[in-house]
Design a protein around this ligand. Structure first.
Ligand SMILES: [Zn+2]
Length: 362
């Protein structure tokens, strides 16, 4: 990065005075902190000025103009970075909060998590430019859309043709007052409540979204995913089947195993599966899942969506599903490797990679 980073000390980081000459930054929540000594009022002012809006160069220039030696500034910034306390933003990150103080206040709570870690600079701005389509304003889909909007995803479009029923109401999603309204509009209102600046419009036909999230219970046997695969659009399953929350697999067409691969594995286990699956997909799904199961599923899916959009880490649900069955405390990971009989070609590509000595994503 040639541009000077814009250091941000998140406003919620405790800056505590140990004595007249020593400050402690962080270090009270199980993570490491940094003790700064000697630390007069000028150092306190310097810390308060790490607001992500000024470049490191400007921070150093102002501090030295106020009498803090450049070496002290550099040591302080290096210490905060080594302690994982500082997020380095790109200039464009905070341009995204220009619409006003309310947006800036929302960003101040969301942005540090987005910008943490290597490559964090620019990630917040990139989220603002991302577009996600939620297929199904279900008890998982609607709150998931709201969570993604609140997390800074710039465009979140919810697709659904049904009317809301009383059973669709869930915290953070469709409300009890929405009964009888188009479910897509009710979900759009939920997104607006989470972030009024989110773009809710459908994408132009010539523009592919960054991700489609399939929130209907049996999307794996829905023809929709076939067209997504053909068009190379990444897609993720996030749904509740009965009382089981299911997140994954995340399909990167041409790279990972697909939903047909998973279906073929189920057929191997039970030859009657295609007949059962056809009936499951044909029935109009009844809203299901307790509020806790649905919100846990939506939050788990949001983590995977943001990991995919941010590119900060490989999502856990590539060629796998996370299954949540309460009151079990932890999700169960189930693997869905590429199936040799699937026409998607992931198994053949994997084999070719092995022969070349590569083992992608394993
Ligand atoms: Zn496949």
């Amino acid at each position: 990065m040639t541009e000077s980073p814009h250091p941000l000390l998140p406003p919620a980081t405790p800056v505590l005075r140990l004595d007249g000459r020593t400050l402690q930054v962080g270090g009270v929540d199980g993570r490491s902190g940094v003790r700064v000594h000697p630390a007069g009022p000028d150092v306190g002012q310097l810390l308060a000025g790490l607001d992500g809006r000024r470049s490191e160069r400007a921070v150093r220039a102002q501090a030295t103009a106020e009498g803090v030696p450049a070496g002290v500034v550099d040591d302080l910034l290096a210490g905060l970075r080594a302690g994982g306390l500082l997020s380095d933003l790109a200039a464009a990150d905070l341009l995204a909060t220009d619409p006003g103080p309310a947006a800036a206040a929302r960003a101040s709570t969301e942005l540090p998590a987005a910008a943490t870690g290597p490559g964090g600079a620019g990630r917040w701005h990139a989220r603002r430019l991302s577009a996600v389509v939620i297929d199904g304003a279900t008890r998982v889909g609607a709150p998931l859309a709201a969570v993604l909007a609140a997390s800074g995803v710039g465009r979140v479009h919810v697709r659904d043709r049904g009317a809301a029923t009383a059973a669709d109401a869930v915290v953070g999603g469709v409300s009890a007052a929405d009964e009888g309204r188009p479910r897509a509009l009710a979900a759009a209102d939920a997104v607006r409540r989470a972030n009024p600046l989110t773009d809710l419009r459908p994408l132009p036909t010539d523009q592919a979204p960054d991700l489609v999230v399939l929130c209907r219970p049996w999307a794996a046997v829905d023809p929709l995913h076939v067209s997504l695969h053909r068009d190379g659009v990444p897609h993720l399953v996030a749904t509740v089947r009965g009382e089981t929350g299911v997140v994954g697999p995340l399909v990167l067409p041409g790279t990972t195993s697909c939903l047909r691969c998973a279906d073929a594995h189920r057929r191997d286990d039970d030859p009657a599966w295609p007949r059962l699956a056809a009936q499951l997909a044909a029935a109009d799904p009844v809203p299901s899942g307790s509020t806790v199961t649905c919100l846990l599923t939506a939050a788990t899916a949001a983590v995977q969506v943001l990991a995919h959009l941010d590119g900060a880490a490989a999502p856990a649900v590539l060629e796998a599903t996370l299954e949540l069955r309460l009151p079990g405390p932890l999700p169960v990971l189930r693997r869905w490797p590429a199936h040799p009989a699937c026409p998607c070609g992931a198994a053949a590509a994997r084999m070719a990679g092995r022969q070349r000595g590569q083992c992608p994503r394993e």
